[in-house]
Design a protein around this ligand. Structure first.
Ligand code: FES
Length: 353
């Protein structure tokens, strides 16, 4: 058994200096022993005054550059107008003010950090210290004392004897969390089935979202993508944002012969199909339409849907096709919905499977 002359946790043979004398033998005996610290090597600054002076000057230089950079920061703020642009390779045209503020502040902070690190590494005390670990378990005497104090406290509180107090106290502790449950009411009314329904219903006209005009089939030309909203949904109203986030649709005219999905064909009018614009990945508006392939692309994460095949996902992270809105034409010649979407719109609706 080894005697401990330094730390009680570090065997003597592993203390600095011991490794050179007999450390090899100890390692052969116990290859997993704490390797301890290597022998202390003095730095050049510890033994050469001129090297120490050089380090001192380097640190002082870094701090001085930091001071100058801060002065430059203040000067830039005063000198450069906010609308002045300069060409800086490779960044190109850039605001002179932003560039100079960023550059000078960056230099000022970097030089403070670099100076401090260089100072610590070359000039500050370089002695290795052993941080000793102590057992955290209390000694026997303390534990006995704590248990005695606890028993004494329980006795003095008369919990065992005063059963009425004890029972009502437990009752009060059990009931008090109910006040937190009541506060859940402040989260607002339950959504009930609002997430499953949109503003679309049978007979609602499809209105051009840009012009606010009801749409006729002839307004939907081949190759165009028209964004539509339900009739009666006025921009700027309180409900508009909440409703359009679910009810936004896009209309595209396809050649009926190109439509592969039978239900899609039945729900279309003369090749005009209406689909939800809310991406089934995380809800971005799907906006980019490619006429040749009939694909629409979500710009957020590139989910791509095939509008000629039930808006099936052909690429990207979306998990479901875009829901289709069944449409027809009313007796006045306007496009109208035949009801709400048949399924919830938007982001996978909590993995509806
Ligand atoms: S939200 Fe459309 S791909 Fe992510």
């Amino acid at each position: 058994m080894s005697s401990h002359t330094g730390s009680p946790d570090v065997p003597d043979e592993n203390l600095p200096g011991e490794r050179a004398h007999g450390g090899e033998a100890a390692r052969a005996e116990n290859p997993f022993a704490d390797p301890g610290l290597p022998p202390h090597e003095p730095r050049v600054q510890d033994i050469d005054d001129r090297a120490a002076k050089r380090s001192e000057r380097t640190v002082a230089l870094l701090f001085t550059v930091s001071i100058l950079a801060t002065i430059g920061f203040i000067a830039s703020y005063v000198i450069f107008p906010i609308d002045q642009y300069v060409f800086i390779w490779p960044l190109g045209e850039i605001s002179a003010l932003n560039f100079s503020l960023g550059m000078t502040l960056g230099i000022a902070l970097f030089c403070i950090g670099a100076g401090a690190v260089h100072w610590a590494r070359t000039l500050m005390s370089d002695h290795e210290l052993i941080g000793e670990r102590h057992p955290i378990e209390a000694d026997e005497e303390t534990r006995t004392q704590v248990l005695a104090d606890f028993a004494q406290g329980a006795k003095e509180s008369q919990l065992g004897r005063r059963k009425l107090i004890r029972n009502t106290m437990f009752g009060a502790l059990a009931v008090v969390p109910l006040s937190g449950v009541v506060l859940l009411r402040d989260l607002g009314p339950l959504p009930e089935d609002k997430l499953r329904h949109t503003a679309w219903e049978k007979g609602k006209l499809l209105v051009n979202q840009n012009t606010d005009e009801p749409l006729r089939p002839e307004d939907i030309t081949v190759g165009s993508l028209v964004m539509a909203k339900p009739q009666g949904l006025e921009e700027g109203t309180h409900e508009f944002m909440a409703e359009i986030a679910k009810a936004a649709v896009m209309l595209v005219r396809l050649e009926p012969k190109d439509i592969k999905d039978k239900q899609e064909l039945d729900w279309s009018h003369e090749g005009i199909v209406a689909y939800s614009r809310i991406c089934t990945h995380v809800g971005c508006p799907v906006t980019l339409y490619e006429q040749q392939t009939h694909h629409v692309l979500c710009p957020c994460h590139q989910s791509t849907f095939d509008l000629a095949d039930g808006a099936r996902v052909i690429f990207g992270p979306a998990g479901h096709p875009l829901p289709q809105l069944r449409i027809s034409v009313n007796e006045d010649g306007y496009l109208e919905a035949q009801g709400d979407f048949a399924e919830p719109v938007g982001p996978s609706f909590w993995e509806r499977g």
